[in-house]
Design a protein around this ligand. Structure first.
Ligand code: PLP
Length: 469
C-alpha cells in the first residue's frame, strides 16, 4: 500500500456517497433557486480552511454539500449566456473517463479513446451536413476558434517558421469575443480584424464584406479569412453562409465558421444552416447545444493536411514508430493540445444512450421555447423584443424608463433583481447600444411552464426596482 492507495471497499463507499449526492442534487433541481443566495465574503469564508497536512479520509466529503449549495444550479429555469444543462449519462461517463485516465494524445496511448473520438467527431460532422470533415474535441469554442484561425493563417500566410505577418480577417460586429482574442494571440493583430457593422438582422452584410476585401487589397493588404457566425452569441443570427462561402472561394479566402452556439442545431433544423459545409474550419460546442457537461468543444476541418501544417511539430520522444495508418494516428499532429482527457466518452455514451433523435427533439423544444417567450413578450404590453429570433436566443427589454440611458438603468436593475429573486436566470446583451435582457434556451430540462414564468418575473422585478431608481 502506498500513501495514496484506496482499497476496493473504500473506493466503492466513496463512489456510492458521491453518486448519492449527485442523484439527490438532480432530484432537487426542480425546486432549486436559479442562482444561489451567496456573497463573495461568505463563499470565501466557507472555503477558507487551509489544506490539511494529514488527510481527513471520508470526512473530506463532508464539505461537498457546501459546494453544491454555493453553485449555480443547472435548473430548467437557467437561461443565461449559452450554457448547456449537463446531461447526466454524460456526467457518469466523465467519472469513468477520469478513472480510466487515458491520455488521448495518440492511438498508442489511448487506443479505444482515440478511435471513439474520431468516430464520434466524424459522425456528428456528417449529422450536421459536413460529411467528410474530421477534427477533434477541445476545451471549448474559444480554443476551437483559435485553432481554426491558426489553420487559416498557416494556409494563407504561413507564420510557424518565421513569424506572423499581418493578414486581414473579416467578421460582423456581432462576432464572439474569442475572435479578436485569437487575432491578438496569433500575431495577426486585432486592428486587422474588420468587424463590419451587422445588418438589421444582426448578420454579416455581404456587399460591405466584398467592398472591404477589395479596398484592403487595393491598399496593398493581405485579406486572409472570413469568420462567419452560425449563431451569434447575442441574438443567434446566422450569417449568409452560402453567399459568404462563394465569396471566399472567389477571393481565395479561408472560411472559418463559428458554430459554437448554433451549428449543432443543424441536427434539428438543417435547412437553416445551408452552406455550413462550405467552411474550411468550423467550431462547435457540445457543452452548449448538445447538453454535455463542460468541457466539450470541437473543431472540424475539411482538410487534414491544413491541420497538420498548422499543428504538427513533434519531438523525437513522441514520434510514432508504427506505420499502420490507424495506429500511427496522433491528435497532437492536428491540434494544439498534447495531453488531452477522454472527452469523447461522455459524448459517445450520451449519444448512444439517448440516440440522435432525442437530441433533435430537445433542440426543437428549445427553439419552440424561444418562440413561446417571444409571444409572451409581445403580448405583455410592458416589454418589447429587440431582435428577430433566429434560433433560441430572445433579446427584449422593459419599455418603461423613458429615454435610452434611463431605460438601460431600469433594465440593468431588473436583471439584478431577477437574479436576487432566484426564480429564473437571464443574462444581458447590448444591441444597438441598448441594454437588453436575454434568455437563451439550450437546456434539456426547460418546460413550457418554466418559460411561462419569465415574463411575470421580469414584470414583478420591474415593479420592485422602478421606485428605487
Ligand atoms: C458564438 C460563440 N462562439 C464562441 C464561444 C466561446 O465558447 P467557449 O465558451 O466554449 O469557449 C461562444 C460562447 O458562448 C459563443 O456563443
Amino acid at each position: 500500500m502506498t500513501a495514496l492507495t484506496l482499497t476496493d471497499s473504500e473506493f466503492r463507499a466513496l463512489a456510492a456517497q458521491i453518486t448519492d449526492l449527485a442523484a439527490g442534487y438532480l432530484a432537487g433541481l426542480d425546486g432549486a433557486r436559479a442562482y444561489p443566495q451567496v456573497s463573495g465574503t461568505e463563499v470565501a469564508h466557507t472555503f477558507a480552511e487551509a489544506l490539511p497536512e494529514t488527510g481527513l479520509g471520508a470526512a473530506a466529503l463532508g464539505a461537498l454539500g457546501a459546494v453544491l449549495e454555493r453553485s449555480r444550479a443547472p435548473t430548467g429555469r437557467f437561461y443565461g449566456y449559452v450554457l448547456g444543462s449537463g446531461e447526466p449519462v454524460a456526467a457518469l461517463a466523465d467519472l469513468l473517463a477520469s478513472v480510466l485516465n487515458q491520455n488521448v494524445t495518440a492511438w498508442r496511448s489511448a487506443p479505444a479513446a482515440v478511435t471513439i473520438e474520431r468516430q464520434v467527431v466524424q459522425g456528428l460532422a456528417a449529422a450536421i451536413g459536413c460529411a467528410g470533415f474530421s477534427g477533434s474535441l477541445c476545451g471549448g469554442g474559444s480554443l476551437a476558434n483559435l485553432m481554426g484561425l491558426a489553420m487559416a493563417r498557416e494556409a494563407r500566410l504561413p507564420a510557424n517558421e518565421h513569424g506572423a505577418r499581418p493578414g486581414v480577417v473579416y467578421a460582423s460586429s456581432e462576432v464572439h469575443m474569442s475572435i479578436p482574442k485569437a487575432m491578438g494571440l496569433l500575431g495577426l493583430g486585432r486592428t486587422n480584424l474588420r468587424m463590419l457593422p451587422a445588418d438589421a438582422d444582426f448578420r454579416l452584410p455581404l456587399e460591405a464584406l466584398r467592398e472591404a476585401v477589395q479596398s484592403d487589397r487595393a491598399a496593398g493588404l493581405e485579406p486572409l479569412a472570413v469568420v462567419a457566425s452560425a449563431g451569434t452569441v447575442n441574438t443567434g443570427s446566422i450569417d449568409p453562409l452560402p453567399e459568404i462561402g462563394a465569396l471566399c472561394r472567389e477571393q481565395g479566402l479561408w472560411l472559418h465558421v463559428d458554430g459554437a452556439y448554433g451549428a449543432l442545431a443543424a441536427l434539428a433544423v438543417p435547412e437553416r444552416f445551408a452552406g455550413l459545409s462550405s467552411a474550411d474550419s468550423l467550431s462547435l460546442d457540445a457543452h452548449k447545444w448538445l447538453y454535455q457537461p463542460l468541457d466539450c468543444g470541437m473543431l472540424l476541418f475539411r482538410d487534414t493536411t491544413a491541420a497538420r501544417a498548422a499543428f504538427s511539430f513533434t519531438g523525437d520522444y513522441a514520434k510514432s514508430l508504427s506505420v499502420d495508418p490507424l495506429e500511427s494516428f496522433a491528435y497532437f499532429d492536428e491540434s494544439l493540445e498534447l495531453s488531452r482527457r477522454f472527452r469523447a466518452l461522455k459524448l459517445w455514451l450520451s449519444l448512444r444512450y439517448h440516440g440522435l433523435q432525442a437530441f433533435r427533439e430537445a433542440i426543437r423544444a428549445d427553439l419552440s421555447h424561444a418562440q413561446q417567450l417571444a409571444r409572451h413578450v409581445a403580448e405583455s404590453g410592458e416589454l418589447e423584443l429587440l431582435a428577430p429570433i433566429a434560433l433560441s436566443a430572445v433579446c427584449f427589454r422593459h419599455r418603461h424608463g423613458g429615454e435610452a440611458v434611463q431605460g438601460d438603468r431600469l433594465n440593468a436593475a431588473i436583471l439584478g433583481r431577477l437574479v436576487e429573486r432566484g426564480r429564473v436566470y437571464l443574462s444581458n446583451a447590448t444591441l444597438h447600444e441598448r441594454f437588453a435582457l436575454r434568455a437563451c434556451f439550450v437546456n434539456h430540462r426547460t418546460t413550457a411552464e418554466d418559460v411561462a414564468q419569465i415574463v411575470p418575473e421580469v414584470v414583478e422585478a420591474a415593479r420592485e426596482v422602478a421606485p428605487l431608481l
